[in-house]
Design a protein around this ligand. Structure first.
Ligand code: IYR
Length: 224
């Protein structure tokens, strides 16, 4: 193995144990206030916020650091209308029988349906694409690795960054969503993964009680 070029590991703050615990608690307290939003205000949000959040997403770890993602950011009313129309067409079929009874039952407590006005109301639709090929540098055409995992982590960073900027978010996944390639002018080889809707919540926005219940630590972690 050849020795790769290296730099010293970035110096992280040398917090006391008490400080670390307090910071971990504070971060949890902050992140848990995020609520999926389905009722957005049309109030504008500066593009610079979205740019910084995408840079945060782009800092995520990825297979071989190939960064196998593309964020197509839609704000034009025409494109948003096209996405809403295509998404609602898919969702109508989904709710009218394509989804299993079990799936529809699981969605019951969320109160969702095929009507998606927020796809036009919210100022920003960040459509996330996964790239099976690419590489560490723009223009590369190499195999990418752990694409699903990498893009999932980047989406998590993106949602956390948007939340930290005080924006409401929604992960929307119409099924199928291949129409996004055409609307977002992305090559057929890229796989649309999700739309992250971002903006301010409408003043009258409400959240389903179902969404507030999170599993306790002992149900989601074990210690060996
Ligand atoms: N994509 C549909 C259905 C839907 C599916 C799941 I799983 C959700 O957590 C929420 C919705 C819709 O957006 O209505």
């Amino acid at each position: 193995m050849t020795d790769p070029a290296t730099l010293p590991y970035a110096v992280l703050p040398d917090y006391s144990d008490a400080e670390r615990i307090a910071r971990a608690e504070a971060f949890y307290e902050h992140l848990k206030t995020r609520r999926t939003c389905r009722d957005f205000s049309a109030a504008p949000v500066p593009r610079a916020v979205i740019e910084q959040a995408i840079l945060a997403a782009g800092s995520a770890p990825s297979g071989a650091n190939h960064q196998p993602w593309h964020f197509a950011v839609v704000s034009s009313p025409e494109k948003k209308a096209a996405i809403r129309e295509a998404a609602e067409t898919e969702e109508r079929e989904f709710y009218a029988g394509k989804a299993s009874a079990e799936w529809l039952e699981a969605l019951g407590p969320l109160g969702t349906d095929e009507v998606k006005p927020y796809l036009e109301t919210a100022p920003w639709l960040i459509t996330v694409f996964a790239q099976r090929r690419g590489g560490p540098n723009p223009g590369d055409d190499k195999q990418n690795y752990y694409v699903t995992e990498s893009v999932g982590i980047a989406c998590g960073f993106l949602i956390a960054a948007l939340h930290d900027a005080g924006l409401a978010t929604l992960t929307h996944t119409p099924n199928p969503m291949k129409f996004l390639n055409e609307v977002c002018e992305r090559p057929a080889a890229e796989k649309p993964v999700m739309i992250i809707v971002a903006g301010k919540a409408a003043t009258e926005a409400r959240v389903p009680v179902h969404a507030l219940s999170k599993k306790p630590l002992d149900a989601i972690a074990s210690w060996l």
